[in-house]
Design a protein around this ligand. Structure first.
Ligand SMILES: *Cc1c(COP(=O)(O)O)cnc(C)c1O
Length: 329
């Protein structure tokens, strides 16, 4: 079975498993796991932030970040297709008491028009969230100029700016923008080690030392304080050392898919996600699965294919054959 449902389906490589087996560990709730501490320090430094906190999932990193920036009853603005708004089971409202309002397209003047400064009886806007790369918009990379304009908007209205950087690695590889260049734009930034990089679990939240001290308490409140978690942090360190530059291969495979299926690809494909606009997404996915190609429908007329290190060039050739036949049939 060729599995293009997500870049989370990768299994740890032999090298990664060896790193996990040999990891030095301690109790991370006491802050005593040397491998976690090293990972947190390395990632914070790479992005130019004071501190980082390991979390079991990207959703938890995002939600802790949002809770740092938005108090109960206050408002967050984000994309209508944002992971934080649509795919985290309402956590911002359920756990953070956060009101969310969404923008249809990232246009800074339109977003500015949505901002509702404190005062009066309208819910005060206190933070913005961006997603880079953007998952449901086809792995799109937000241009640095646009991110800078968002930072400027946040500064003018004294808003916090969060980045869901689950696939910031892919943006870095596609645009050649340095991690620190991205890092300095955001008050809080989440990064994920199990998307494309191939670790079995783990994300990090980056921010100031004060914020991360608060974040540690929120993580515990959410049940995310883990013990000898260096076994997982070791996989993350291994992934960062060995699996970032090779993302270019995943991007090339996605580009091959996009080129062969061009009539069904509405946007430009620059990273590892291909969104297809098709007459019937669920039907196409079911028919392809019968022929050994697995991917997901993300709407009645849309399907999403994600490349990763367990997908070979031959798998791409086969996927193109199957889809071309099904779509012309
Ligand atoms: C996968 C993903 C996350 C985090 O997901 P978890 O499954 O909670 O680790 C966050 N943001 C985006 C854009 C994602 O694709």
């Amino acid at each position: 079975m060729i599995d293009l449902r997500s870049d989370t389906v990768t299994r740890p490589t032999p090298g990664m498993r060896e790193a996990m087996a040999n990891a030095e560990v301690g109790d991370d709730v006491y802050g005593e796991d040397p491998t976690v501490n090293a990972l947190e320090r390395e990632v914070a430094e790479a992005f130019g932030h004071e501190a980082a906190l390991w979390t079991p999932t990207g959703s938890m990193a995002n939600q802790i970040g949002l809770q740092l920036l938005v108090s109960p009853g206050q408002e967050l603005l984000c994309d209508v297709q944002a992971h934080v708004a649509r795919y985290e089971m309402g956590a911002a409202a359920a756990f953070g008491g956060i009101t969310t309002r969404t923008w249809p397209e990232l246009s800074v003047p339109d977003i500015e028009a949505l901002v509702s400064p404190p005062g009066g009886y309208s819910v005060p806007t206190v933070a913005l969230a961006v997603e880079n790369t953007h998952n449901m918009r086809g792995g799109t990379v937000l241009p640095l100029a646009q991110l800078r304009a968002m930072r400027d908007l946040a500064d003018r209205y004294e808003l916090g700016l969060h980045c869901d950087g689950a696939r910031i690695w892919h943006a870095h590889v596609a645009d050649g923008v340095g991690f620190a260049e991205y890092g300095r734009l955001f008050d809080t930034l989440s990064v994920c080690l199990s998307k494309g990089l191939g670790a079995p679990a783990g994300s990090l939240l980056l921010s100031t030392a004060d914020n991360i001290a608060r974040a540690r308490l929120i993580r515990k409140r959410l049940g995310g304080g883990m013990r000898q978690v260096g076994i997982l942090a070791a996989a993350g360190r291994y992934a960062l050392a060995h699996h970032v530059d090779r993302l270019a291969e995943d991007h090339a495979k996605a580009a091959r898919l996009a080129e062969a299926l061009a009539p069904y690809v509405p946007g430009e494909v620059r990273t590892n996600i291909v969104v297809l606009q098709v007459p019937n997404g669920p039907e196409l996915a079911a028919a392809a699965e019968k022929q050994g190609v697995r991917f997901g429908a993300i709407g009645p007329t849309a399907a999403r294919l994600v490349t990763h290190y367990d997908v070979t060039d031959d798998d791409i050739t086969r996927t193109i054959e199957v889809l071309t036949a099904l779509l012309s049939g």
